[in-house]
Design a protein around this ligand. Structure first.
Ligand code: PLP
Length: 413
């Protein structure tokens, strides 16, 4: 049976442990919500001051060139590329995940427009709602007879993809359960049926190793403010592999995607390459913060992160199931490593109230309907002792029934 000392020993032997010092986390908090909003790299404060005081304050408009503002979406995209198995010139950091999904999906549907019988977008009902909403919005706005097929479980995807499928649009790691799809197998399945794939990496980038090229994916998008620690509302990313770039056209044809933006021509002509995924002027201050998160990833590897992530989630699952045995907790995250992201979710009939009690005692996870307590594990700054302490507090709350069931009425987030 593991004890707290074992956890301290694991921390002492953990090659990633020193990286925690690069993050600013409040004392007394065990932060298990980096899957929703990553912690702040200490460097972000210095960098923000530099961007605001010097680049904006003193150098003003010249900073578009002198500080490299104009090239930031591509430069950061190239840095992010290595975390997801993409190549240079294939990723830009820009806009939001929702907007990038819209662009990727529109481009994919457009590439399929020649096949009149392909009118279905296949996704999961359990997908993150904005992905479904954006697909619904785009389909109805296009008014070309597109419809969404919402499958109920990963096992149903194979049967749902067929000759009528235009696009298979999936989130690689489910935000609620932490279930991880087999990207290579599903991309191959889609390809066999002539469908294109759009992968949402919101809970994958910086969380699990991803190799988009090896998996044969067609398009991908994702967040930088979750596991990548880019800051609240930080710009998202979009990946268009070189082989699809010439055919990639998206409806948000703003001037940043123009071949010659400063020619100020009255007609749109998309630039070559990944730049055509851009729309307009980017939020420079937020973009600059993304780099501070990527700098930390530059000091390790996704393989090392994955190894620790699985060790953390294994330990958490083991401790919750042994130390909180007898309480009605049910693991909803896959036990199988290959199917698991970097989180562990447990259902409890009073999950909302228990999570509120945890948060009040400094263990920050979150709650997702129905009944699910979600705990994200971020190997860059979560320790094995954190896991022990979080479970100890959970155990006390459950043993003492120290949670307020009345608070569940009208609960929102
Ligand atoms: C977090 C998340 C989003 C967020 O989209 P925004 O446009 O940044 O609000 C989208 N999709 C998935 C799967 C997510 O997990």
């Amino acid at each position: 049976m593991v004890n707290r000392n074992d956890c301290l020993n694991r921390d002492a032997a953990d090659p990633l442990a020193p990286l925690r010092d690069q993050f600013d986390l409040p004392a007394g908090v065990i932060y298990l919500d980096g899957n929703s909003l990553g912690a702040r790299p200490k460097a972000a404060l210095t960098r923000a001051t530099e961007v605001i005081a010097r680049e904006w304050g003193k150098d003003l408009i010249t900073s578009w060139n002198t500080a490299g503002w104009f090239h930031m979406p591509k430069r950061l995209g190239d840095r992010l590329a290595s975390l997801i198995g993409a190549r240079e010139g294939e990723v830009v950091v820009t806009d939001t995940t929702s907007i990038n999904l819209f662009k990727a999906l529109a481009a994919a549907l457009n590439m399929q427009a020649g096949a009149a019988e392909r009118k279905v977008i296949v996704t999961e009902r359990s997908n993150f709602p904005t992905d479904i909403y954006m697909a619904q919005g785009l389909s109805s706005w296009l008014d070309r007879g597109y419809s969404l097929k919402l499958v109920e479980s990963p096992e149903e995807i194979a049967a749902a993809v067929g000759a009528d499928t235009a696009v298979l649009m999936l989130t690689h790691v489910n935000y609620r359960t932490g279930y991880q799809h087999d990207m290579a197998a599903l991309s191959a399945l889609a390809r066999q049926h002539g469908a294109l794939t759009v992968w949402d990496l919101a809970h994958s980038a910086g969380a699990v190793p991803v190799d988009l090229h090896a998996a044969g994916a067609d398009f991908a998008i994702g967040c930088t403010y979750k596991y990548l620690n880019g800051g609240p509302g930080a710009p998202a990313f979009i990946w268009v592999p070189q082989r699809h770039q010439a055919a990639f056209t998206q409806p948000l044809s703003g001037w940043w995607g123009h071949a010659q933006p400063f020619a100020m021509a009255p007609h749109f002509a998309p630039t070559e390459g990944i730049g055509r995924a851009l729309c307009g002027t980017q939020p420079v201050v937020s973009l600059a913060m993304v780099e501070c998160g990527l700098d930390v990833f530059g000091q390790t590897t996704m393989a090392a992160i994955r190894e620790k992530s699985l060790a953390l989630t294994d330990l958490f699952i083991e401790l919750v199931e042994s130390r909180c045995a007898g309480h009605p907790l049910q693991l909803v995250t896959p036990r199988e490593h290959g199917r698991r992201g970097s989180q562990a979710s447990f259902a409890h009939p009073h999950g909302y109230a228990v999570m509120q009690a945890l948060i009040a005692r400094g263990v920050i996870g979150d709650y997702r309907e129905p009944h699910i307590m979600r705990f994200g594990f971020t190997p860059l700054y979560t320790s094995f002792a954190d896991v022990w302490d979080a479970v100890e507090i959970l155990k006390q709350i459950l043993d003492d029934q120290a949670y307020d069931i009345a608070a569940e009425r009208g609960a929102v987030t």
